[in-house]
Design a protein around this ligand. Sequence first.
Ligand code: SAM
Ligand code: SF4
Length: 322
Amino acid sequence: MAGLCDSFQRGISYLRISVTDRCNLRCVYCMPPEGIPLVSHDDILSFEEILLVVRASVEMGIDKIRITGGEPLVRTGVADLIHMISSVKGVKDISMTTNGTMLARYAEDLVHAGLHRINISLDTLKHDRFKQITRTGELSDTLKGIEAARKAGLNPVKINMVPMQGINDDEIVDFARMTLAAGWHVRFIELMPLNRTAEFVPSQVLRKKIEALGMLEPFHGIAGNGAARYFRLPGATGTIGFISPVSEPFCQDCNRLRLSATGMLFPCLFSDNGVDIKTPVRNNADLEAVKQLVTAAIAAKPQNHRFVAGAAEKTKMSKIGG
Ligand code: SAM
Ligand code: SF4
């Protein structure tokens, strides 16, 4: 295979960058009620340090960048970072994953800075339930954020919904209906067992529920990074995607690396072992040295993530360091 490859011959083209560990919400499946212990600002990569990792990765063949968190929009000046990244020659796609609560304020700035598309997390269409799931949020803020993103020209705007048994799985058809009524692009993501919040709902079960509205037809015309399988209901302008990391893991096609806010480069979204980028960069590592660190992270990509049934991370290197 041409381009940047790992030791299992998978092409690596996508870098997911967490710009902060902080969040204004406390979703039950993601954070404890009190939040996570806060990391000091000094321990978080600066925009210039992130840019160095982006430049090194892009020179090596990565061309898609996603900005995420925590909640990326709580980091001051994130539009400036997007502008910096969009100026790097070779970056073809810049996207963001956000809870949408602050998007009404920032959507236009993000578009002017060079953001192409956005994923907005929304697990319920009910006000009370939104408060239960996020512990602190207001549904109306995220709904306003979705409208602002569409109006600002972000395309596509995808809605990420995590179905949980007994919590919000009675809303699957309501979300699917939004692809007909409002042209939403809805993606159902299987709950990863990071804590014992609830049981996940397999994508096959979701499909059966949704087909009460009509047969799902495969759809291939939506920009993405390969993790979702897309479909459309008859007559819908929006689409329905399934991301099935538990029931049908897509590790064999995994194309990504993850940079944490504290400067660890992880070979898998769910790896505990990563390459320390921050220490060398703060000791004046240059672009070539950072490329070596990116190479080390790619060499350590496991064959499967740790939630694949019966499969511990199989790596060609057991432990990697800075
Ligand atoms: N705060 C932003 C947001 O909520 O979109 C970005 C970070 S959040 C960690 C990124 C995505 O991960 C969200 O779509 C969220 O629903 C999803 N997520 C978090 N914990 C998850 C879990 N245990 N299983 C599946 N998805 C999860
Ligand atoms: Fe986690 Fe995102 Fe929810 Fe914040 S908004 S708690 S980062 S899923």
